[in-house]
Design a protein around this ligand. Structure first.
Ligand SMILES: [Zn+2]
Ligand SMILES: [Zn+2]
Length: 147
């Protein structure tokens, strides 16, 4: 259960859609494990996800939104919650590499600030009232329940 919130500009075709409040966790998603083993996510994950890892961990992956520090637009990424047998957890942010809006590199560590539902609501409210960030045209509101 959640809410779909976004906007669409008929003038230039731009738009964004955010799914709020979705709790789907993927446990040890195979594509992440594979990337981690190849070293894409750094040395720590390479060790933890290897077949002879010194510690057994589980990774739960969840979609997350971030505010780009360069253009102040929101982009989607992921957060990995890493848990060992004792239950200890650390979090690791996975950014898309480049901001889809301004194309600036947003790497995993220097990523934008995480934005939660209220922040997304404010962001969309602003675009609804100010108009399209690309062309300034009035935008169509998208606000629907989602499950
Ligand atoms: Zn536009
Ligand atoms: Zn940006």
């Amino acid at each position: 259960m959640g809410r779909k919130l976004g906007w669409h500009c008929e003038n230039c075709g731009e738009g964004e859609l955010f799914h709020l409040g979705y709790g789907a966790n993927a446990l040890n998603p195979p594509e992440f494990v594979k990337e981690a083993q190849e070293g894409v996510h750094g040395t720590l994950f390479k060790v933890l996800m290897s077949d002879d890892a010194p510690v057994k961990v589980d990774v739960r992956m969840r979609g997350a939104h971030f505010l780009c520090p360069y253009c102040q637009r929101i982009y989607s990424g992921k957060v990995a919650y890493v848990q060992d047998e004792s239950g200890a957890i650390f979090r690791h942010t996975i950014a898309p590499g480049r901001c889809p809006h301004c194309n600036t590199v947003v790497d995993n560590e220097a990523s934008g600030v995480r934005v939660r539902s209220k922040g997304i609501q404010r962001y969309v409210d602003r675009i609804w009232s100010d108009g399209c960030p690309s062309c300034g045209h009035e935008v169509e509101r998208i606000d629907e329940p989602w499950d």
